[in-house]
Design a protein around this ligand. Structure first.
Ligand code: ADP
Ligand code: MG
Length: 259
């Protein structure tokens, strides 16, 4: 089986006053179909920047990205913006940390998810309406029908994240990139969202790149783990193997730091 995403020697630097500052160094890893890969590392280790680079979201004026990122057989870093947009947001989608995730405050939750389907599919207005309701049920929003007409400020943090997930899976992506999707939520809601993502993965067969600073979440959700430290991958492998027999001092410290 071929990987759904294959990252090879990815390096990223930012340009600051004529000085290049390298923040990600030769990162390589793969995500297979049906796989949940966890990327873990402390704050500032380059997790978000890596995921942004994969999707071509780093502004070219201030950043330099080298290496290869293959989505199936497509070399993402070589694509023009308009070609990339046909993949990112559709076949590869993303959720971020709530409340950093921006739901539009002036649109109802139903309208925001409809918008995604209007942009990316040929469905009729009626079909979209039915599809959005189904999506709200799929992400287990309580009183899904009523939720369609509610505005983001009327929802809890966890409910807003469910709307974001509904948007992210609306076009049946092959890969979902989740960057600290539960970090801003309280522990009980965190667990619910992780469980939901796990269920959605099983149901749809999509792959997930789950980025977090929290090793316990990786143990709960991922099959494979990539450990990052200071912009480098220091260890990667099967979750059980890395947890039971970590090779690197840094990984051992991360594991032991957990209660
Ligand atoms: P993580 O997600 O692991 O917490 P990030 O990927 O956000 O870490 O950041 C990695 C490094 O890149 C940090 O040192 C951060 O300061 C730097 N960085 C991120 N964005 C920019 C930017 N736009 N300009 C300059 N440096 C940046
Ligand atoms: Mg981050």
């Amino acid at each position: 089986m071929n990987p759904i995403l294959s990252i090879h020697n990815l390096s990223i630097s930012f340009q600051n006053q004529n000085k290049a500052n390298r923040v990600v160094h030769n990162v390589s890893f793969e995500i297979m179909p049906n796989q949940i890969v966890g990327v873990v590392g402390e704050s500032g280790s380059g997790k978000s920047v890596t995921s942004m680079a994969i999707m071509g979201l780093l502004p070219k004026q201030i950043s330099k990205v080298t290496g290869t990122v293959l989505y199936q057989k497509i070399s993402l870093l070589e694509l023009e913006a308009n070609q990339l947009r046909k993949i990112v947001g559709k076949e590869i989608s993303m959720i971020f940390q709530e409340p950093m995730t921006s739901l539009n405050p002036s649109l109802t939750c139903g309208e925001q998810v409809s918008e995604v389907l209007e942009i990316h599919t040929q469905l009729s207005t009626k079909e979209i309406e039915a599809e959005v309701l189904q999506l709200f049920e799929k992400v287990k929003l309580p009183r899904a029908k009523k939720m369609l007409n509610q505005y983001p400020h009327e929802l809890s943090g966890g409910q807003k994240q469910r709307v974001m997930i509904a948007m992210a899976i609306a076009c049946k992506p092959k890969l979902l990139i989740a960057d600290e999707p539960t970090t801003a939520l309280d522990v009980r809601v965190q667990d619910e969202i992780v469980l939901l993502l796990k269920e959605l993965q099983q149901e749809t067969g999509m792959s997930i790149l789950f980025i977090t600073h929290d090793l316990a979440l990786i143990a709960e959700i991922a099959n494979k783990v990539v450990v990052m430290q200071k912009g480098k991958v220091v260890e990667q492998g099967n979750v059980e193997q890395v947890f039971l027999q970590p090779k690197e001092i840094y990984t051992k410290a991360l594991i032991n730091a957990k209660p």
